[in-house]
Design a protein around this ligand. Sequence first.
Ligand code: RET
Length: 248
Amino acid sequence: MSAPPSGSLEQIALGIGTLGMALGTLAFVAMGSGETDERKQEFFIITTFIAGIASVAYFSMFQGFGVISVELANGTTLERIYWARYADWLFTTPLLLLDLGLLAGADRNTLATLVGLDAGMIVTGLVGALATGGGSSLSPGATRIAWWGISCGFFVVLLYYLVSTLSNLAAQQSGDVASLFSTLRNLVIVLWTAYPIVWIIGTEGTLNIVGLGVETVLFMVLDLTAKVGFGFILLRSRDVLDQASAAA
Ligand code: RET
């Protein structure tokens, strides 16, 4: 627990994030309310939870909960590290992959592999965000960057699964499903790749090329697009979801 966000840019970004996620959640509830097909309901339920979890995470960060100061072994203090992001991502990124996996018609093993790689990526990213470098032969900065590298390792394998196994499965689906899958997969590849970049150039990576205000804005825009934008593209395509669930 810590003080509420100090800078106004940080505060505004977290406020917009909270509102955007809450509106997204309500919109997805409304879009799914008339749905009677159980298979199609899965997509609505998963996507609503993605936005719902993020609304709560953003509201907590907006209120100053979920942020911690990290004292590095060299005496520098990183005043505000938002650990709440990782709590959000730990649940929501596997759910996003579940949406994509169900669309592609993936089996349990493929889904479990994707979720496992994803959890590895988020948890090692969290370790990097909290690492002090104490007890390490590396400098604090290098220690944190090493964890970033490990997390990126999980991410690269995850991307490989998306473009190979999952894309091959999706290619066996109807033309509409395959094309919706590739739109969403490309969106995921581009947006998700931006996260490690923002992390490393922001406060977590200790490079401090961008300050916390700008970093918070960038994560907010990415989070809204990767969750609410992704959700709208997926859920507005009802007839395509019909075909996806008919094939499952
Ligand atoms: C971290 C740590 C550094 C290395 C890597 C990361 C990847 C994070 C990703 C997050 C995606 C979040 C999404 C949220 C949705 O709203 C954890 C920043 C590789 C890919 C999609």
